[in-house]
Ligand binder design. Structure first.
Ligand code: NAD
Length: 502
C-alpha cells in the first residue's frame, strides 16, 4: 500500500476511469530521483472479469463497423498522438527514466504502427480467385477474433502497446491492455486520446496489475488472443498457459543481441553506432546490443574507441536536455545489473570501463549506473549468457566470421543482431546463415518499420506470428475461405464423391 499522497491511477473500463474493486496498489517511482510520484491499482480476477465483459459487450458493434470507419477513428487517433507526442514522451521519460529525445523517438515508432493500421480497408481485403471451377469463385475473408489482450513490458510504455492495439482494433477486435505496473500513465493518456478520437466505449480497456491480473486474463473464457512482450521466463509462462486455455498467443521474450565487427568495417562509424545501441535507454531495450563480437585484429582498436566514447557519455535525468543516458528503471533492477558487473569481474573478464562508481550530482537517490564495458568475455560467463538489460557491453573476440556466426547460433536468444563490414560477401553470408529474427547490416538496431513485422527467433519468441505488419493482421484475424457458385446450382455435380470443381 502506498503511504504517500500522490495521484492514484485506476483502471480504464468502458471508456472511462474505473475504480478498482480490490485494495491492492503499488507505488510508481521516478527513477531519476527515487521519489514515489503516483500509485497504481493492481487488478484481481474481479477487475479483469469486468474489463473482459465490457470488451465482449462492445465487440458486436465494433465488428460491424466498416474497416473504413474504423480507419477514420484511427486516423484521428494518429493526429492526436502527434499533437500530444511531447506530453506522452514526458510521461515515458518520467516513469521509465530514458532521455526525452529517445522517448519521443519511441512514441514516433508507435505512431507509425497507427499509420499502418489506418490502411485497414486495404489490409483486410483477403484473396480472391475468380473461376476456380465452372461458375465458381473462391475468396477469403479476414474476420476479427473478439476480445484480444496485450501484456506489455516497462521499457516502451507507448511503443510496445502501440505495436498491438491499433492493428487489433483496425481488424475489428476489442482490446484489453495490461501495461507494466512500473509505467502505467502513458497508456491511460492514450486511452483518453482514443476516446477523443471517437472510439466507442468498451472497445479499448486497461487493467493495471501484476501476475494476478495477467493470470486471470490468460484463462478468461471470453478472451480469444493474447499478445505478450516481456522477459523470456514470463513469455514462456504466458504462452503455455494461454495456449493450453485455447487462446491464440504471440509471446515475445528477452534478448542477447550481438553485433559482429569485421576488420573492414568503418571503425569510427561502428564505434558510434555500438555506443548508441549498447547504452541508449541505459541498455533497457530488447534490441540493445549487449555483445560486440570482434573478428580478428579489429578488437584492440575497437575496444579503445568504445571505451573513449563510453567514458564521455553524459549520464543524468532523462528530462534534462543534456543527458545522453538516464537511470535504470528501479533500485532493484539497478542493483541486479551492478551484481552482474561484480560477477563479470569475479569470472575473469577484463573490466575496461566500470560504471559502478558513477555519481550524478543532486540525484543521490536516483537509480543510476554508468556505462560499463568488459573485454575478453567468454561463452561460459553469466555476463555473456544472461540478459542483463542494463548499460553493460561485453566484447567477445573470435578469429573468423564463421566462428562469429556459430557463436550467435549457439546463443539461446535470437531477437536482433548486426554486422558491421565493408564487404557485401561477408554481409550476405551473415544474413543467410544467422539464426536471428531481425538482422542489421551496418545498422545496429534493426527494428523493422511498421509495415514489416517485428519478432525474434528461438527463446525470443513463443508462437508463430510476429507483431504489426501483415503478420499482425493475420494474428488478429481468422481466415474464412468461401467457395461460391452463382446463380445456378449444377445438380449433376452434387453427390457423394469429393467434388472437383474444375
Ligand atoms: P517482465 O517479463 O518482467 O514483465 C512483462 C509483463 O509481464 C508486465 O506487464 C508484468 O506485469 C508481467 N509479469 C511480470 N511477471 C509476471 C509473472 N510472473 N506472471 C505473469 N505476468 C508477469 O518484463 P519487463 O521487466 O517489464 O521488461 C523487460 C523484458 O522485456 C526484457 O527481458 C526485454 O528483453 C523484454 N522485451 C522484449 C521485447 C521484444 O520485442 N522481444 C521488447 C521489449 C522488451
Amino acid at each position: 500500500m502506498s503511504t504517500t499522497a500522490v495521484a492514484a491511477i485506476s483502471h480504464w473500463i468502458g471508456g472511462r476511469s474505473a475504480e478498482p474493486l480490490g485494495p491492492r496498489r503499488l507505488d510508481v517511482t521516478n527513477p531519476a530521483t527515487g521519489a514515489v510520484i503516483r500509485s497504481v491499482a493492481l487488478a484481481g480476477a474481479e477487475d479483469v472479469d469486468r474489463a473482459v465483459k465490457a470488451a465482449h459487450a462492445a465487440f458486436p458493434d465494433w465488428q460491424a463497423t466498416t474497416p473504413l470507419r474504423r480507419a477514420r477513428i484511427l486516423t484521428r487517433f494518429r493526429e492526436l498522438l502527434e499533437r500530444h507526442q511531447l506530453e506522452l514522451a514526458t510521461l515515458v521519460s518520467e516513469e521509465h527514466g530514458k532521455v526525452l529525445a529517445d522517448a519521443k523517438g519511441s512514441v514516433q515508432r508507435g505512431i507509425e504502427v497507427v499509420e499502418f493500421a489506418c490502411g485497414a480497408p486495404h489490409l483486410l481485403k483477403g484473396e480472391h480467385a475468380g473461376g476456380v471451377g465452372r461458375d465458381v469463385d473462391a475468396y477469403s475473408r479476414l474476420q476479427p477474433l473478439g476480445v484480444c489482450v496485450g501484456i506489455t513490458p516497462f521499457n516502451f510504455p507507448a511503443m510496445v502497446p502501440l505495436w498491438m492495439f491499433p492493428v487489433a482494433l483496425a481488424c475489428g477486435n476489442t482490446f484489453i491492455l495490461k501495461p507494466s505496473e512500473k509505467v502505467p500513465s502513458t497508456s491511460m493518456r492514450m486511452a483518453e486520446l482514443l476516446r477523443e478520437a471517437g472510439l466507442p466505449d468498451g472497445v479499448f480497456n486497461i487493467v493495471h496489475g501484476d501476475k494476478e491480473a495477467v493470470d486471470a486474463l490468460l484463462v478468461h473464457p471470453l478472451v480469444r488472443a493474447v499478445s505478450f512482450v516481456g522477459s523470456t521466463p514470463v513469455a514462456r509462462h504466458v504462452y503455455t498457459t494461454a495456449a493450453s486455455a485455447g487462446k491464440r498467443v504471440q509471446a515475445l521474450g528477452g534478448a542477447k543481441n550481438h553485433a559482429v565487427i569485421m576488420a573492414d568495417a568503418d571503425l569510427e562509424f561502428t564505434a558510434d553506432a555500438l555506443t548508441g545501441a549498447a547504452f541508449g535507454s541505459a541498455g533497457e531495450r530488447c534490441m540493445a546490443i549487449s555483445v560486440a563480437v570482434a573478428v580478428g585484429e579489429v578488437a584492440d582498436p575497437l575496444v579503445a574507441r568504445l571505451a573513449e566514447k563510453a567514458r564521455a557519455l553524459k549520464v543524468g535525468p532523462g528530462t534534462v536536455a543534456t543527458s545522453e543516458m538516464g537511470p535504470l528503471v528501479s533500485r532493484a533492477h539497478r542493483d541486479r545489473v551492478r551484481g552482474y558487473v561484480d560477477d563479470g569481474v569475479a569470472s575473469g573478464a577484463t573490466l575496461v570501463v566500470d560504471g559502478r562508481g558513477l555519481v550524478v550530482a543532486g540525484h543521490d537517490s536516483g537509480f543510476f549506473l554508468g556505462p560499463t564495458i568488459f573485454d575478453h568475455v567468454t561463452e561460459d560467463m553469466s555476463i555473456y549468457r544472461d540478459e542483463i538489460f542494463g548499460p553493460v557491453l561485453s566484447v567477445v573476440r573470435v578469429a573468423s566470421l564463421d566462428e562469429a556466426i556459430g557463436l550467435l547460433n549457439r546463443n539461446a536468444y535470437g531477437n536482433g543482431c548486426a554486422i558491421f563490414t565493408g564487404s557485401g560477401a561477408s554481409a550476405r553470408r551473415f544474413e543467410e546463415h544467422v539464426e536471428v529474427g531481425m538482422v542489421g547490416i551496418n545498422v545496429p538496431i534493426p527494428v523493422p518499420m511498421a509495415f514489416f513485422s517485428f519478432g525474434g527467433w528461438k527463446q525470443s519468441l513463443f508462437g508463430d506470428l510476429h507483431v504489426h505488419g501483415m503478420e499482425g493482421v493475420y494474428f488478429y484475424t481468422r481466415t474464412k475461405a468461401v467457395t461460391s457458385r452463382w446463380p445456378h446450382v449444377d445438380r449433376a455435380s452434387s453427390g457423394l464423391v469429393m467434388p472437383t470443381l474444375a
